[in-house]
Design a protein around this ligand. Structure first.
Ligand code: COA
Length: 275
């Protein structure tokens, strides 16, 4: 059997037999197609049919330990079957203002400037590859859908009325090799990416502070991590300005073997945020 056929057989066995057999009375679902929906929606960051072609068994989500109830809530939220208030502690604000800075939900018009920064080799120095316009559109869409699923996400950032990138929080939807990161969905990460001409003005740090205040105040989330490629000093400097504490280095499982794989992890308990 080829590796792909082998994986498909494994997937069919997982959703059609092992998960339904393992289901307990307290589990939110019991049927094979429900397990397939939950795993695929979460692997795709939205209703899976928006991203991949049917049949489902041709597409496999990441493995690892996960909270099935959390994955189910996210999947149902994308499908409009749960009121968003059930996901976050309070409704998601449309935007935050801070003088010349605006954090807001994503708009279709963001795709072009987002694609431009995703195609800039300076901005993408610590990423494995540049992104095309369709990839950037898909990335922006998946970022905005995080607000629907989780009640928080990476905000589109405007500076003096112009889209300059994103800053915000991500629920980490893969198993990560650091303490607490093993369980899919349990850890919240801060992230940022700005156009080159928006660097050097303190925007990432300001926007991250607004994100942290919203996470603590509205969502009740006080503990976050952030990580960057070991060579990405500018990103680590943002973490340090936020009062985050360097914890350890780890090999990022989503980055190919090579110099970008080694990452530095920072942690923050919001009691330690500097003003
Ligand atoms: C990581 C990244 C967001 C950092 O941007 P940044 O502008 O350096 O970070 P900040 O917003 O904290 O700004 C700090 C800079 O603004 C300057 N600054 C100006 N006014 C400031 C103010 N009021 N407050 C704080 N800093 C200010 C600081 O001196 C510092 O500049 P310096 O590094 O030249 O000394 C940016 O480099 C980036 O988008 N990189 C590419 C994508 C990326 O790597 N993302 C992270 C992946 S893990």
């Amino acid at each position: 059997m080829s590796a792909a056929a082998d994986r498909r057989a494994h997937w069919r066995d997982l959703v059609a037999r092992r998960l339904p057999e393992a289901a307990r009375p307290g589990w939110p679902v019991h049927l094979d197609h429900c397990f397939a929906r939950i795993l695929l929606d979460n692997a795709c960051g939205g209703p899976w049919r928006d991203s991949v072609a049917a049949p489902a068994h041709a597409n496999m989500p990441a493995d690892g330990r996960a909270d099935l109830a959390l994955l189910n809530r996210r999947s149902l939220a994308w499908r409009g079957k749960i009121w968003r208030g059930k996901i976050a502690t309070a409704p998601v604000p449309d935007h935050f203002d801070d003088g010349d800075l605006l954090l807001r939900r994503w708009r279709p018009a963001d795709t072009a400037p987002f694609a431009a920064l995703n195609a800039d080799p300076v901005v993408m120095e610590f990423f494995a590859r540049l992104r095309t316009e369709p990839q950037s559109a898909a990335e922006a869409g998946s970022y905005d859908r995080r607000f629907v699923a989780d009640g928080f996400g990476p905000w589109a950032l405007e500076w003096d009325g112009r889209f300059v990138g994103f800053v915000g929080a991500f629920r980490i939807m893969r198993s990560m090799p650091f303490p607490g990161g093993e369980r899919i969905g349990a850890t919240i990460e801060l992230g940022w990416r700005l156009a080159r001409d928006a660097w050097g003005h303190g925007l990432a740090t300001r926007a991250a502070r607004l994100t942290l205040a919203d996470l603590a105040g509205r969502c009740g989330i006080r503990t976050v991590v952030a990580y960057a490629a070991s060579g990405n000093r500018r990103s680590q400097a943002v973490m340090e300005r936020l009062g985050m504490v360097r914890a350890e280095t780890f090999a990022h499982p989503g980055v190919p073997e090579g110099p970008l794989r080694s990452h530095v992890l920072y942690r923050l308990d919001q009691a330690g945020v500097s003003a």
